[in-house]
Design a protein. Structure first.
Length: 274
């Protein structure tokens, strides 16, 4: 199903400019290398716009905001739009503070995003301008369950129609949607929530996959989500086998991403279309 998506990433080695947060920047870089892409990080406006011009995709992650980087995000986003490069937004903690929420809406007003990825509380903030984000984690009251799944799928499709972006909602059940079609993905393991930055890592993989597959961002994003979730499962298997903990899990996760092939993905992904 996604063999061509993965093949394009490894053949093209897309260069992804990440304006990301300093909590997870190293893991984001190593994950991009592991998945077949190539990372570069620049957040000073005198450097970042030029770097964006050299790259194939841009990630804007608001996890550790400051006034300087906000200006850089806006300028690089506009440059990527001029070049028709995919831009992926990760609205980390949107709804948790006025600065994060206001910045999210400033970015949405001035930059065209190819994909917006967040947990359900962050995506609800993107949609409604307010949310119940608990720090950078989704509020338990927002959780996507089998009971509210159809409603959440409809919400994602409607938001995609409004923003003209692929909407990726990650959680126990992942949703990847455009205005007409949604993928539901049930891969992953709860231990992923015990490692800081797995969402940031996924956002970077999405950017690499979209850059390498410019004509099919929906399938590219869905493939990236499947990859991350399945690798989370494979990493947990190694944790159990080696009686390891969360630090080893983080390493096993990146290892699994680096070794994953299309055959393993096809055999292990749990995906359906709505």
């Amino acid at each position: 199903m996604f063999e061509g998506i993965l093949k394009n990433v490894h053949e093209k080695t897309p260069l992804v400019h990440c304006i990301t947060n300093y909590v997870t920047v190293n893991d984001v870089a190593n994950t991009l290398l592991a998945c077949g892409g190539s990372p570069i990080m620049a957040d000073d406006e005198k450097d970042a716009v030029e770097i964006t011009s050299l790259c194939n995709a841009l990630v804007i992650n608001i996890g550790t905001l400051n006034e300087r980087t906000i200006t850089t995000m806006l300028k690089t986003g506009k440059k990527a739009n001029e070049l028709s490069h995919p831009v992926v937004l990760d609205p980390v903690g949107a709804g948790a503070s006025k600065l994060r929420t206001d910045t999210t809406f400033k970015l949405l007003e001035e930059v065209k995003f190819s994909v917006i990825r967040g947990n359900i509380s962050e995506i609800k903030t993107v949609s409604k301008g307010r949310g119940t984000t608990k720090g950078v984690d989704a509020d338990i009251s927002d959780a996507v369950t089998e009971k509210n799944l159809d409603e959440t799928v409809s919400f994602a499709k409607e938001l995609s129609a409004r923003t003209k972006a692929i909407i990726v909602i990650t959680g126990a059940i992942d949703i990847v949607a455009n205005s007409n079609k949604a993928y539901l993905i049930r891969n992953g393991h709860h231990m992923m929530s015990k490692v800081s930055g797995t969402g940031c890592m996924l956002t970077a993989i999405i950017a690499a996959y979209c850059a390498a597959n410019p004509d099919n961002h929906l399938d590219a994003a869905a493939a990236a989500v499947c990859v991350m979730g399945l690798c989370g499962e494979l990493a947990y298997d190694k944790v159990v086998k080696n009686d390891a903990g969360t630090s080893s899990y983080r390493t096993y996760l990146i290892d699994a991403i680096s070794k994953l092939d299309a055959k393993t993905l096809e055999g292990g992904m749990k995906i359906e279309i709505r």
